[in-house]
Design a protein around this ligand. Structure first.
Ligand SMILES: Nc1ncnc2c1ncn2[C@@H]1O[C@H](COP(=O)(O)OP(=O)(O)OP(=O)(O)O)[C@@H](O)[C@H]1O
Ligand SMILES: [Mg+2]
Length: 348
């Protein structure tokens, strides 16, 4: 096939950042560039797609992306572009494709924007009776009230990923600590903040792919906290993802397939399928799930643009789940292309 790989590289994001803030910005938080793919990842995906027999043009999702996609005339755009600025950054490439009538992998602009905004996604889940932790959305322009909120809670910026804004200290035990963290998050991330009931049971992340009645749940990944430094909260935080886990000393944090009883496995699978369906996800997604103290699973959030770092030691969960199901990296990419192509009615 003639493909475009649409990506947001870390360098591209930095370039865009410098264009917006030529003189720098003293308030940029340390985790600002947590999103965006490295050249190693992008090159690996390009090479793998070529190895699978495709013609492929790599395109940075910058302000010229529309022109570049148009001139590449792809049959399908493989979209992994997360964008940088604003609530609609993940919708940029799908919107361009929609405008030009070009098929692309993954969810549409509306679904990506809703899932990026965790509060909106939780509203859709809650409306549809799908368990998700109790929450309150706090806006910097309105007073913050703590009344009757069940603690412990976790405070997070409403529209981030890759654990941006989720630190060990984001878990709070009372209203006073919560207010401090909320104000800190307003200042740093300049967006509304989600205060969410902190669930203390086991955590899982679940990869799914397919559409309609063909949705398949891949082997469930369990997240274990035993390897975190002593005293750390049981949270897959920014520190756990990007500071404590290094290639030299990788954290042993995942177990795939998770050890679950049949009943537990089925209840998680049925939960993630419902979330995938009510949020209108297309082709693939990674969904975070955590149990409450009674063992009932809840949806934490959905990642319809799942990270796909190629090397097993990179601890990237979608590829890990696919590998456990027997799909190596090349087969995983091909499967996603096949699912998207079928949905768009393209012959591969
Ligand atoms: N309500 C909650 N209860 C318990 N733990 C939570 C809750 N919300 C978040 N966490 C912990 O914080 C981690 C990061 O939260 P979340 O998945 O919302 O962030 P993210 O940055 O969007 O993650 P990703 O890297 O998957 O995009 C979770 O994996 C989990 O360990
Ligand atoms: Mg997550």
């Amino acid at each position: 096939m003639n493909l475009v790989l649409a990506y947001s590289s870390k360098e591209g994001l930095e370039k865009e950042y410098r264009r917006r803030y030529p003189a720098g910005d003293s308030e940029t938080p340390e985790d600002f560039f947590a999103e965006g793919d490295s050249w190693t990842t992008i090159r690996h995906i390009l090479e793998t797609l070529k190895g699978n027999g495709h013609r492929v043009t790599g395109i940075e999702a910058d302000e010229e992306a529309g022109e570049k996609i148009k001139s590449a005339k792809p049959e399908l755009v493989f979209n992994i572009a997360e964008g940088l600025f604003g609530d609609f950054r993940e919708s940029y490439v799908p919107m361009i494709c929609e405008r030009m009538g070009i098929p692309y992998t993954g969810s549409g602009p509306l679904e990506l924007a809703i899932c990026l905004n965790k509060a909106r996604a939780k509203e859709v889940l809650a409306y549809n009776g799908i368990p998700t932790p109790a929450f309150r959305t706090l806006d910097p322009d309105f007073p913050v009230h703590m009344d009757h909120f069940p603690f412990p809670a976790i405070i997070k910026p409403v529209a981030e990923g890759s654990s941006k804004g989720i630190f060990d200290h984001s878990v709070v035990d009372n209203g006073e600590e919560a207010v401090r963290q909320i104000n800190d998050a307003f200042l740093k991330y300049r967006q509304p903040v989600l205060m969410e009931q902190f669930l203390q049971g086991d955590e899982f992340t679940v990869a799914l792919w397919g559409n309609g009645d063909q949705i398949e749940v891949l082997p469930i990944v369990a997240i274990r906290y035993d390897d975190l430094p002593a005293g750390a909260r049981p949270v897959y935080s920014y520190e756990a993802k990007w500071i404590w886990d290094t290639p030299g000393k990788p954290l042993d944090i995942f177990k795939c397939p998770a050890s679950l009883t049949r009943v537990e496995k089925e209840s998680i699978e049925s939960l993630v399928r419902s979330a995938f369906r009510v949020l209108n996800i297309r082709d693939w997604c990674r969904i975070d799930v955590r149990m409450d103290q009674s063992g009932k699973p809840h949806i934490l959030e959905l990642n319809p643009l799942p990270g796909i770092l190629p090397k097993p030691e990179d601890n990237s969960c979608f590829p890990k789940a696919a590998r456990t199901a027997g799909y190596d990296y090349a087969a995983m990419l091909e499967k996603v292309i096949g699912i998207a192509a079928e949905r768009w009615g393209i012959r591969t």
